[in-house]
Design a protein around this ligand. Structure first.
Ligand SMILES: Nc1ncnc2c1ncn2[C@@H]1O[C@H](COP(=O)(O)OP(=O)(O)OP(=O)(O)O)[C@@H](O)[C@H]1O
Ligand SMILES: [Mg+2]
Length: 287
């Protein structure tokens, strides 16, 4: 059952997302015409599905995510979350922005517990979940005797590596076990190795809790590797030009050489980008 209180933020327990003729224009300044940024987009995401969106820069991916989170009202069309119209910001959503947006004056632990502190919803269950996330995301590492050899909990963001900061922001988004998670280029600041590790960690977390995930990435490999479904968007105004089901067993291998079928899906997406004129030569963009 979903609950949408008038005038209050929206909470959900069913994570399905339905977009109906969703379209957005940004108003022009002065005499400039309004800018058609995205849509129309028709989309049905069942609860618990992992969906990635790939598309050229500026095609409207972040705009679409903001609308799905209730942070931006669409010019036309509607969003339904758990079967209910979305008319205010979702609270039961974990959002990870490209920039980790951690508060510099709070420790990693206190950053993760921020929402709980603000809402007064912290408790033993939330603390246990935060402990587990620090463990799963390798922010606390213990040796065979159980002694912590690395413990990020008490460190401030400036004392963490870029990859650790990003993992803290992922823990912060997941700590209240939201039914929906939205991530906009969450691994953008990570080096290639950490990116692989965090990708595997995220898949494990998703396999445990099965939230609905809307994942925006510029990496076709990451989209195919993580998702049940990849949506390919056209250049601006962004529309979904291909809705691709990724049928590869989980947990997925990290290396492309271990999953030739992953490569086939990627080739199909690159071909679409070539057909749309988004990439011009094969050599330029393929790994
Ligand atoms: N507040 C705004 N006012 C006017 N135009 C905007 C605004 N926000 C975004 N746009 C424009 O809308 C288009 C879509 O922007 P958006 O940020 O959604 O793209 P994106 O697909 O997320 O791009 P990227 O991959 O580079 O992050 C862009 O042309 C952008 O300049
Ligand atoms: Mg964006």
């Amino acid at each position: 059952m979903s609950r949408l209180g008038k005038g209050s933020a929206a909470t959900v327990t069913d994570g399905s997302i339905v977009l109906d003729k969703l379209t957005h224009w940004f108003p022009g300044k002065g005499r400039d015409a309004a800018f058609h940024a995205v849509g129309p987009v028709e989309l049905e995401i069942p609860s618990g599905q992992f969906v990635s969106i790939v598309g050229p820069s500026g095609c409207g991916k972040s705009t679409l995510m903001l609308i799905c989170a209730g942070l931006l009202r669409p010019s036309l069309g509607s969003v339904r979350i758990g079967g209910q119209s979305l008319n205010e910001p979702l609270t039961d959503v974990g959002i990870v922005f490209q920039d980790h947006l951690l508060l510099p004056f709070r420790t990693a632990w206190d950053n993760v517990m921020l929402q709980a502190d603000i809402r007064g919803t912290g408790g033993p269950e939330m603390t246990a979940r935060a402990e587990r996330l620090f463990d799963q995301l390798k922010l606390v590492k213990k040796d065979a005797s159980g002694r912590a050899v690395l413990d990020a909990r008490g460190r401030y963001p400036a004392q963490l590596s870029g990859g650790m900061q990003q993992r803290v922001s992922i823990a912060r988004a997941l700590v209240h076990n939201p039914p929906i998670i939205m991530m906009d280029e969450p691994f953008g600041a990570l080096d290639a190795l950490t990116r692989l590790q965090v990708r595997a960690d995220l898949e494990q977390l998703w396999l445990t809790d099965r939230p609905t995930v809307l994942f925006i990435t510029h990496s076709v490999e990451e989209a195919v590797g993580l998702s049940d479904r990849v949506l390919v968007m056209s250049p601006t105004p962004g529309q979904v030009v291909r809705d691709m089901t990724i049928d590869i067993p989980r947990p997925r291998p990290l290396s492309l050489t271990e999953a030739p079928e992953l490569r086939e899906y990627m080739e199909e997406i690159y071909q679409l980008f070539e057909d749309m004129g988004v990439i011009e030569t094969e050599a330029a963009s393929r790994p």
